[in-house]
Design a binder for this molecule. Structure first.
Ligand code: IMP
Length: 416
């Protein structure tokens, strides 16, 4: 019986999981998503071609891998239908859990309307309906992918839902689709997606029993976890490794190696605290060189220095066996680099993550920069200062850096 390995983002998302999952997916038989929805955006570069994936697991670029969308995902049918048009050989290569919650177009309308109402206190969501879809799940009033197998029954059930929730739609000024539109949409979703809808829990159990190599691909990042992140400025799922179990029907004993993905610096999209954010030229340089614009929304990402306090916390929460340090090349050419090694909170220096990050100030340590690491594939060939930077990250986060990425290309990766 094999174990499932996990790739998990350990900052605020957008750590570059897509490249690592894509690289590792070449060696895995099954690649699974367990949480989140089309708020995720994996950018993958292969031979200079850019692929932007949202719901489909990154293993889709390995012709031999089977890709699973687990029960913990909120599935937006129009988004995945559009995404699937990029691929032609999907038979038997994509499985969608019948228990995955449906994220329907009206969820996005609720999301956008609520954000507007919040004004300056808005979370800065992706507007993709993630919170409302998960709320319906927890409220036990949502609909699941398996219901697409009987679109006529689903249609009746959604009309009932609209009637019961009319007061909310009216209060938010939301115009719902006409009955005809809704019927047409559901029939289309059913036609396009039914062939992929199965019991994925059984499939993944069987795959492990048959000693297949299974990879669980996280979406978003640990600091956006609904329980352990910077609430309320978080997403609506458990983004930590434990969430990968519930989102697929696995138990903790099924899990093998856990790799935490972190950038060599730090970014965040949306609102909420970000202690090591750099508002000056250095942050601008990271944004420009690192092309820090969201795959899903196109929003510019906030940039700052590597936060070792947050990564140490995230590594412990997730049980990371190793870190994968992404985009090291973006730090090329800086004279001096900073690492956030502690926080100052009410005059006290702390090296742990308080539940409220609003009032902390970063305490930095400075490290000399380097000229270039771009394209480097051999740890021994890295400049001495780059090695020192990596060693210091290992000491501060108490976690080994096992993988280092030195360009967007799949092969420009150091595996130690
Ligand atoms: P939501 O997930 O759309 O509800 O957004 C909640 C918060 O999570 C916002 O700050 C988003 O910017 C952030 N977020 C959601 N998905 C991602 C992602 O894939 N990468 C980075 N941030 C994300």
């Amino acid at each position: 019986m094999s174990k499932a390995d996990i790739i998990v983002g350990i900052q605020w998302g957008d750590e570059g999981k897509g490249k690592i999952v894509d690289k590792l997916a070449q060696e895995y038989d099954v690649v699974c998503r367990s949480q989140g929805g089309h708020n995720a955006g994996h950018t993958i570069w292969v031979d200079g071609v850019r692929f932007a994936l949202h719901l489909v697991p990154s293993g889709i670029l390995n012709p031999k891998a089977v890709n699973v969308i687990g029960n913990g995902v909120v599935l937006n049918p129009p988004s995945i239908i559009k995404e699937l048009t990029q691929f032609s050989d999907l038979e038997g290569r994509l499985l969608i859990s019948e228990k995955a919650q449906l994220n329907l177009p009206y969820h996005s309308l609720i999301d956008l309307a609520r954000e507007k109402l919040k004004g300056s206190n808005a979370i800065g969501t992706t507007g993709k309906g993630i919170g409302p879809a998960y709320s319906d799940k927890i409220n036990r009033i949502g609909h699941r992918a398996g219901e697409l197998l009987n679109p006529a029954k689903l249609y009746e059930s959604i009309l009932e839902y609209f009637a019961q929730n009319k007061i909310i739609f009216d209060a938010l000024d939301i115009v719902l689709p006409s009955n005809e539109e809704l019927k047409g949409q559901l029939e289309e979703y059913s036609r396009e997606l039914s062939p992929f809808i199965v019991n994925t829990t059984n499939y993944v159990w069987k795959a492990l029993e048959e000693n297949k190599r299974v990879l669980l691909e996280g979406a978003q990042g640990t600091m956006l976890d609904i329980d352990h992140g910077t609430y309320p400025y978080v997403t609506s799922s458990n983004t930590v490794s434990a969430g990968a179990c519930t989102g697929l029907g696995l138990n903790p004993k099924d899990i093998g190696t856990i790799t935490g993905i972190t950038k060599a610096y730090c970014t965040r999209v949306g609102n909420g605290p970000f202690p090591s954010e750099d508002f000056g030229d250095d942050g601008e340089t990271m944004a420009r060189v690192g092309k820090e614009f969201g795959t899903t929304t196109g929003r510019k990402r906030r940039c700052g220095w590597f936060d070792a306090v947050a990564v140490k916390y995230a590594s412990r929460l997730n049980g990371c066996d190793q870190l994968s340090l992404m985009k090291l090349d973006v730090l090329d050419g800086f004279d001096v680099l900073k690492i956030c090694v502690a926080y100052e909170l009410n005059g006290e220096i702390i090296d742990y993550m308080p539940s409220d990050l609003d009032n902390v100030k970063p305490v930095y340590e400075e490290i000399k920069g380097w000229d270039s690491v771009v394209g480097c594939r051999d740890f021994d060939k890295l400049p001495a200062t780059a090695k020192q930077y990596i060693t210091r990250i290992e000491e501060l986060t108490k976690t080994k850096v096992g993988i280092i990425s030195t360009s967007p290309e799949r092969e420009d990766t150091i595996i130690r």
